[in-house]
Design a protein. Structure first.
Lengths: 378, 619
């Protein structure tokens, strides 16, 4: 047992070696600079995935540690330092507290990374919604009426991919999938076998937009086994108002209608939001908004209550944060767009700020008082 | 771009004023100060006419006095004597390609009058219509310059025509129509006075055209006069449709002020606004006749006691940040002199000048806080002004500890450099901008932004100290004890810098969490702040753990200025994220030049120190 403890301490001291921090930090600075500059070309999301949320990335042909790897090494190093190498004295109290605060921050980052979900909820004035759509993740969804019978992340789709939804006889074969599609006119020579509007529209892959929200994911696909009237070639894309429908006759003379759509991943909130009114306030004599606000009613089960969501003042309820992110007042009814964030790690930054601030203040004060007493203290 | 407006302007200025307006000089002996205190609603806030005049003339000519006249006199001329004002050379066109496109003659100072521009504006108007369909980022420099001159010219026409609805017109109206408009034979003819019978005139003109066709030669003399009158009224009315620039007439609605044309076009008129408008007509007459008594009497009724307006006028007049640069420069001169030839009076003079510079900078910021009713850190320019106060204040703490002039010289250097940086990034237009909805929060501006900018200031001051230390060592001007105490001071300040940048960065995250539900979004500005924190942690831990030498640590602290510049200004150039202000070519090259110069300077001093001491330094 003593041996194990000694071995553990030995390993802990090795893991706490300051050289680890000394070499991790320049790599963190490097990944931060490269990841930030690359946002200009690839956008925040792509840069985040390639550099900050990755284990490794390559600079030219040189493999380098990504943000996740670096954070894990830093976390382990700091934890080992905290547990095995801290000088538990008043003189070092500020340092210890600060390091503890950073540990809390890293832990919070990990919790957020694992648990946070973000999406948006669109609701028109006088209407109610509890559907949150993901900003980035697209899905291919096949519905029978309102019931989803099949769904798959868009990223999994590729040319030749076949789908045979359970309980159906038809097969959907993907012939083209593009994460950002442009629409062009389909030449007459290529129109055979296509159903409208695919007969006249063609999806062509385009380079991805740095702002992922602007990318229009779409597919061209072939349906077979649905009967001579329905078999054919179709297309659909994100936000397409009339996705293709496959009508399949059933035994009693009626038919089932299957809708094939590309859409953002949807989640259902455990409560609903009704928009009573949306208001924007402008700086006088300009078209520059001073504030936006959505007056809503929150309904959870049998209970309902009014709430106001405005810039810098989101609604927080049951672990969800709903904040005013966009709006549309051009149509008959104003729409409000609320970003919905679910983050179980949101308390950690608050705690760590307090701890780090306390630690740094204490460290500076001890240092200054040490100097006054003639004690050299780094 | 309203091409018609450009075409009509010549006609408009021809008919807009009575002959008396041609009689007086552009120079004036009228007291103009009070005119500058008139409130005007411009770019989302009520400001003094003095600010408006300066902003407009700066926009056109990048100078406040291109004609030699004070901005207010230029503006009064443009408002009340447009016929003469169109000949003022106020449009600066620096790009030779744009001058060539507009068919302008080359001259030593490329300033041109509106009259000179008009033919070129007409010629290039079709191009402008095409530019409107192209995203601004895809326009070339010459195209942007041409677009800019068209926009400026249009804005100038708005100023010229501000009172074209109420100023006397030099047009003929038959006795019959005078009577219909309720005008006596000697009453001045204005657009407003004829506006009420505008519809009758239109109907009569249509009847004439229907009866006799469009050929004027078939009309009788009276009919010709009537058709001309109809055309003139329509032209003036069309030209005033979008004229909302000069919002000086108080109204009862929420916006508070309206332009004279808005009163007619948007139905914002009321008995109150009519009264106010009459005052402006009197003011115009007083200006045209150079009647000082009447001028002052009318101004007394228009200008109300408003503390903010008076403060802003004072701010414009004293230009505190220019004065502060001058005083900081003076402090720097005395400091350098003190280091070259130590004298107590030089030390005291440098100290007093530094204190005075800080005071002036503080007064300037305090005025801005009062005028804008928010913390003075809402824009990049404002943050530079604020850091320009923080860094010299921190230098006082350094001086309090060292008492050898190091703090003073570092404060003076920071004051001068940040002042110059502020002027280079002041940008065009009002620098007391209203803020968008996201930034419109006093709490977070006061906590996060103040904290992070204090951190920037502290970092910069620490960097200046590191430079001084390197300089001292490289040129052997100080003893080891002095260096050691400076190193200890720097260590403390690097920790304080770390404190403010870390807490400021985390507070930014908390603001993001409060507002957007997420703590960290890898926004370039967030990453920039983190870059400073990581840089400081690396250097501080490297020094404590003995991974880096003192010399490397000092060089790293000196290079902190570049890290701060990249984090503070550089990341905005990426044009990505929530803090993007767009790419500015001048800033890009300025930042690149500064970084290269710093690297060269620090590298040179490092080389010299290593040559002289073999790398063993202050151990």
């Amino acid at each position: 047992m003593r041996n194990l403890s000694r071995q553990l301490k030995k390993t802990g001291l090795k893991l706490a070696h300051p050289k680890i921090l000394f070499w991790v930090l320049p790599f963190m600075i490097l990944v931060l600079v490269i990841g930030t500059v690359s946002q200009k070309e690839f956008g925040i999301l792509a840069a985040q995935e390639a550099y900050f949320s990755s284990y490794f990335y390559t600079l030219g042909f040189i493999p380098l540690p990504g943000g996740l790897t670096l954070m894990m090494v830093l976390g382990v190093n700091l934890l080992a330092k905290f547990l095995f190498k801290s000088h538990w004295s008043f003189a070092k109290a500020g340092t210890i507290i600060t390091h503890f605060g950073v540990l809390v921050l890293i832990l919070g980052g990990a919790v957020t990374y694992i648990t946070a979900k973000e999406g948006y909820l669109i609701v028109a004035e006088g209407e109610t919604s509890d559907v949150v759509e993901d900003y980035h993740e697209r899905m291919l969804v096949i519905r029978n009426g309102d019931h989803i019978i099949y769904q798959i992340p868009f990223d999994h789709l590729q040319d030749g991919f076949k789908i045979s939804p359970a309980g159906t006889d038809f097969i959907v074969t993907i012939t083209k999938a593009c994460s950002n599609c442009g629409i062009t006119r389909r030449p007459v020579s290529e129109q055979d076998g296509w159903t409208s509007p695919g007969k006249f529209m063609r999806l062509d892959p385009k380079p991805s937009d740095p702002q992922d929200e602007k990318n229009m994911a779409g597919i061209e696909f072939m349906v077979s086994g649905a009967g001579p009237d329905m078999d054919g070639r179709y297309l659909t894309f994100d936000k397409f108002p009339k996705p293709p429908q496959i009508e399949v006759p059933v035994q009693n003379g009626s038919s089932l209608i299957y809708t094939i759509a590309v859409e953002r991943r949807k989640r259902i909130l455990p409560f609903s939001i009704s928009l009573k009114s949306f208001k924007q306030d402008f700086h006088p004599g300009t078209d520059m908004a001073r504030s936006y606000q959505s007056s809503v009613t929150v309904t959870d089960g049998d209970e309902s209550w009014p709430a106001l969501i405005q810039m810098n003042e989101p609604l927080r309820y049951r672990g969800y944060t709903l904040y005013q992110s966009s709006f549309d007042v051009t149509g008959n009814k104003p729409y409000t767009v609320l970003t919905v964030v679910e983050n179980k790690g949101r308390i950690f930054p608050y705690l760590s700020t307090l701890i780090i601030a306390l630690g740094l203040i204490l460290h500076v004060m001890i240092r200054i008082s040490g100097k006054r007493n003639g004690v050299a203290n780094d | 771009m309203e091409l018609r407006m450009i075409r009509y302007i010549l006609f408009l200025v021809m008919i807009m004023c009575t002959p008396v307006s041609f009689a007086f000089s552009a120079e004036t002996n009228l007291p103009i100060d009070q005119f500058g205190r008139i409130p005007i609603l411009h770019e989302g806030r009520v400001k003094p006419m003095d600010s408006f005049a300066r902003l407009e003339i700066l926009k056109f000519s990048k100078k406040e006095t291109p004609t030699g006249l004070p901005p207010l006199v230029w503006l009064a001329n443009a408002l009340f004597d447009p016929v003469r004002a169109v000949e003022d050379r106020i449009f600066l066109i620096e790009n030779p390609t744009t001058r060539h496109e507009l068919g302008l003659e080359e001259r030593q100072k490329p300033l041109y009058s509106y009259i000179e521009l008009v033919p070129g504006l007409e010629k290039t108007a079709p191009k402008i219509a095409n530019f409107m369909n192209i995203p601004p980022k895809d326009l070339g420099r010459s195209e942007k310059d041409l677009l800019n001159i068209h926009e400026n010219a249009l804005e100038f026409t708005y100023i010229l025509r501000s009172f074209s609805s109420v100023l006397p017109l030099n047009i003929q109206v038959s006795p019959e129509w005078r009577q219909k408009a309720g005008l006596g034979t000697t009453d001045p003819i204005t657009f407003v006075s004829l506006h009420k019978m505008n519809r009758d005139v239109e109907t009569a003109v249509k009847a004439i055209i229907k009866k006799k066709g469009k050929d004027p030669e078939r009309y009788s003399a009276a009919e010709q006069d009537l058709v001309t009158l109809g055309w003139q009224l329509k032209t003036i009315g069309d030209a005033g449709k979008n004229n909302i620039l000069l919002r000086v007439i108080p109204t009862i609605d929420a916006d508070g002020y309206a332009s004279p044309w808005e009163l007619i076009n948007d139905g914002k008129g009321s008995p109150l606004s009519e009264q106010e408008l009459k005052k402006w007509i009197r003011l115009s007459n007083a200006w045209q006749q150079q009647d000082a008594g009447e001028w002052e009497r009318v101004l007394e009724t228009i200008v109300q006691n408003n503390g903010k307006i008076s403060l802003e006028v004072l701010y414009n007049q004293i230009a505190p940040f220019r004065v502060a640069i001058f005083i900081f420069a003076l402090s720097l001169c005395f400091s350098v002199a003190h280091f070259v030839a130590p004298q107590i009076y030089l030390y005291r003079l440098s100290f007093i000048a530094l204190l005075l510079g800080i005071l002036v900078q503080f007064v300037g910021l305090a005025i801005r806080v009062e005028v804008m009713a928010r913390p003075p850190v809402g824009t990049l320019y404002e943050s530079i002004l604020f850091v320009g106060l923080i860094a010299p204040i921190v230098s006082l703490l350094v001086e309090y500890r060292l008492k050898n002039g190091t703090g003073i010289i570092s404060g003076a250097i920071s004051g001068v450099l940040l002042g110059i940086l502020g002027f280079s990034l002041i940008g065009e237009g009002d620098n007391m901008k209203v803020l968008g909805a996201v930034l419109n929060t006093r709490f977070w501006l006061t906590t996060h932004v103040l904290c992070i900018t204090i951190g920037y200031g502290w970092c910069l001051l620490t960097s200046v100290l590191a430079h001084l230390l390197l300089l001292q060592k490289a040129f052997g001007r100080s003893i080891v004890e002095t260096q050691n105490s400076l190193i200890r001071t720097m260590t403390t300040h690097s920790l304080v810098s770390l404190f403010f940048t870390t807490v400021g960065t985390i507070l930014g995250g908390i603001w993001a969490d409060q507002s957007w539900g997420r703590f960290w979004g890898w926004d370039p500005k967030e990453n920039g702040a983190l870059l400073i924190v990581l840089w400081l942690i690396w250097l501080i831990h490297g020094k404590i753990a003995g991974q880096i030498s003192h010399l490397f640590w000092i060089c790293g602290m000196a290079f902190l200025s570049v890290v701060v510049a990249i984090a503070w200004v550089g990341v905005n150039l990426l044009g990505v994220g929530l803090h993007s202000y767009g790419f500015i070519e001048g800033v890009f090259w300025g930042l690149g030049g500064f970084s290269a110069a710093e690297a060269l300077l620090i590298g040179t001093m490092l080389y010299r120190i290593m040559q002289s001491e073999g790398g063993h330094f202050a151990r």
